[in-house]
Write a protein that binds this ligand. Structure first.
Ligand code: MG
Length: 337
C-alpha cells in the first residue's frame, strides 16, 4: 500500500535532496515552498518541455521495470532539452498512483528517476502527488537553458542540407516486437526486479538496455549548438520517419534518406529503424559546406549521414543501388496502441 500523500511528498523530498546543496545550479529554492525559484544565467533563454508518461500508453507495468519507467520518464524531457542544444536546469514531477500500487514500485521508480537526474545534474525542483482512479500517471516538466537566440529549432533546415542521425536505430522497436508480457516484471519484489534486469540473451542485451534505459544525447546537442553546426534538430521519440517529417513541415522542405546509409541496430529491421519510437537519438541537418566539420563520433556516440533535405515537400527512401526511390510514409511509433 503506498504511503499517504503527505508522507509520499516527504519521501520524495528527502530522496531528491539527499547529498544536494541548498542552492543547486540555477535552482535557488527547490521543494518546500509555494514555488521553486530558478535563476538562469544572464543572457540565456529558458527552455520548457512537458511530457506525460501514462501506464498502458507509454509503459506497461508488466513490460517495464519501475526503475526503467522512472528513468524513461525523465529521459523523454532531457532528450527534448538535448534536441534544442540546451542544458537542463531542473525537473518537476507530478505523480498520480492507484491506491493498490505497492510502495516498492514507487521507490524503484524514484531510484531510476533520481539516478538519471544526478547523472545530468538536473535537480528535482518540485511537483505534485495524487491518487489515481486507475493506472499510474507521471507528468514531467524539465526546464533548461541556452544562450539567448541560440536554441536549435526544427525550422532551420534548407534544401541541400545534409541529414545526420546519432547512434543506431531500431532496437527499442525490435525489443517490443519480441517482448512477452511478464518477461521482465513477473515478481512484485523490488530486489528481485532489479536482479532480473535485463534478462535478454547477450545478443539482445544492448537493445534491451536501450529499451529500458535510453540515454538522452545532451552532450551531443550542446556540442552541435555551441559550434552552430546544426541548422535544425529534433530528438527521435516518435520514429525517424515521423520526426523527420516534423523537421520538414517546420522548415517547409522535403527530404530523401539513403537506405544503405541508415544505421540499423543489431537484431533490428529496416522497418524498426524507420518507424520505431523511443529512440532518443538526435536527428539534425547541417549546411553541406560544413560536411567535414561533423565528426564520426560525438561524445562517444556515432554520427551518420543519412540523407539530404530537398526543396519539394515529401519524404523519399532511396534504394541501396541509388537508382530507384519509394515514398517514405511518416508512420512512427504509436506507443503501445
Ligand atoms: Mg522532442
Amino acid at each position: 500500500v503506498p504511503l499517504p500523500e503527505r508522507k509520499l511528498i516527504e519521501t520524495i523530498r528527502r530522496r531528491a535532496q539527499r547529498g544536494r546543496p541548498r542552492r543547486d545550479g540555477a535552482l535557488v529554492r527547490g521543494i518546500g515552498d509555494d514555488c521553486a525559484v530558478l535563476r538562469p544565467a544572464p543572457g540565456h533563454d529558458l527552455l520548457v518541455t512537458t511530457d506525460f508518461s501514462l501506464e498502458g500508453v507509454h509503459f506497461r507495468r508488466d513490460w517495464h521495470l519501475p526503475e526503467s519507467v522512472g528513468h524513461r520518464c525523465l529521459a523523454r524531457g532531457l532528450s527534448d532539452i538535448a534536441a534544442m542544444g540546451g542544458v537542463p536546469l531542473a525537473a518537476f514531477l507530478s505523480l498520480a498512483v492507484p491506491a493498490s500500487l505497492p510502495q516498492e514500485w514507487i521507490d524503484e521508480f524514484l531510484a531510476g528517476f533520481l539516478r538519471l537526474a544526478r547523472l545530468h545534474h538536473t535537480p528535482l525542483g518540485g511537483g505534485d502527488t495524487a491518487g489515481s482512479p486507475s493506472g499510474i500517471l507521471a507528468d514531467m516538466v524539465v526546464l533548461g537553458s541556452v544562450p539567448r537566440g541560440k536554441a536549435v529549432l526544427r525550422s532551420g533546415a534548407r534544401a541541400g542540407d545534409d541529414i545526420y542521425v546519432t547512434g543506431a536505430l531500431g532496437a527499442p522497436a525490435a525489443v517490443l516486437r519480441r517482448l512477452q508480457p511478464g518477461d521482465l516484471a513477473e515478481s512484485k519484489d523490488a530486489g528481485a526486479l532489479r536482479r532480473r534486469a535485463p534478462v535478454a540473451p547477450p545478443a539482445q542485451r544492448d537493445g534491451m538496455r536501450k529499451f529500458l534505459y535510453p540515454q538522452p544525447r545532451l552532450a551531443v546537442g550542446q556540442w552541435l549548438r555551441a559550434r552552430g553546426l546544426a541548422s535544425a534538430m529534433i530528438d527521435i521519440s516518435d520514429g525517424l520517419s515521423t520526426d523527420l517529417s516534423h523537421i520538414c513541415e517546420e522548415s517547409r522542405t522535403g527530404a530523401w534518406l539513403a537506405e544503405a546509409a541508415l544505421p540499423i541496430a543489431r537484431g533490428s529491421t529496416l522497418e524498426d529503424a524507420l518507424h520505431g519510437g523511443d529512440e532518443y537519438e538526435l536527428l539534425f541537418t547541417a549546411r553541406p559546406a560544413r560536411y567535414r566539420q561533423v565528426p564520426e563520433k560525438l561524445a562517444g556516440v556515432p554520427v551518420r549521414w543519412i540523407g539530404t533535405v530537398t526543396q519539394p515537400p515529401g519524404l523519399w527512401l532511396v534504394a541501396p543501388d541509388m537508382k530507384s526511390r519509394r515514398p517514405l510514409e511518416p508512420r512512427g511509433w504509436e506507443h503501445l496502441s
